[in-house]
Design a protein around this ligand. Sequence first.
Ligand SMILES: CSC[C@H]1O[C@H](OP(=O)(O)O)[C@H](O)[C@@H]1O
Ligand SMILES: Nc1ncnc2[nH]cnc12
Length: 290
Amino acid sequence: MSDWTIGIIGGSGLYAIDELEDAQWIEINSPWGEPSDQILCGTIGHVRVRFLPRHGRGHPIIPGRIDARANIDALKRAGCTDILAISAVGSLSEELPPGRFVTVDQFIDNTKGRASTFFDNGFVAHVPFGDPVCSRLSKHIGKAVEKSGGDVTTGATYLAMEGPQFSTRAESKLYRHWGAEVIGMTGMPEAKLAREAELPYALLAMVTDWDSWRDDEATVDVAEIVAQMQKNSELAKKALVAFCKGLPKKRSPSPIDRALDDAVITAPDQHDRELMAKLDAVAGRLFRAR
Ligand SMILES: CSC[C@H]1O[C@H](OP(=O)(O)O)[C@H](O)[C@@H]1O
Ligand SMILES: Nc1ncnc2[nH]cnc12
């Protein structure tokens, strides 16, 4: 076995991975709340995999109530070194038709009222987030999709909306003006929290629809998304296997593994002990180093 432990967060349409060897669903508790489901632990080739369905098996959880803090914390507790997230997205660009896979490299966060940080009074930290995804993981998953026969576009800006309603035509056009190229309801705050937890994160988006900006076409609905997802899901699973098998045996360190090194600004004598206890998985590396 190598030193990679890849957390895979499955989006709409991806609730398990049959290709995992020695697979077992395991309950992981988190002090941050309830993770979306148990975590499916197993291996693919030389890589340990920890799979978590973002909306839970059977999709009972609405995007705005996904406890992303609990999910990221649980994946860290499960030993993950890196996270690959999968999402269904609408297209905001003529260049990205349904069926296309996209490696996201930027985000615009337009969600509302979601808990989007592990930090608080008594332990203030500001992680760098200008480059929100891990380019190494993005490259590996992009190559794996290509190798599996999928069309992939490298680099796109993801607009995270609150939902659960889809956008109006006016909103969809506005997001295009902002420079967004794909749209979904879950990439944020997930990506922010992965960075705070020092977990390199990449997002593979599967384009399922044109969203609502095309005047001559019907606006998006769930039936259209599910139909497209069914077409894409076999290829996505094939790509996940190729991704794990394509990772080098040795995982060289990433700067994101130490994202908190210069991020904490609160003086030690002001630290909130209760909060620090909750942060044992996310930031324990810092306390243990002292
Ligand atoms: C089922 S359509 C809308 C739903 O699909 C996307 O989910 P995910 O990102 O988990 O694949 C979108 O964000 C919405 O939650
Ligand atoms: N058009 C869309 N808007 C928001 N989330 C989505 N997920 C898939 N398609 C979407």
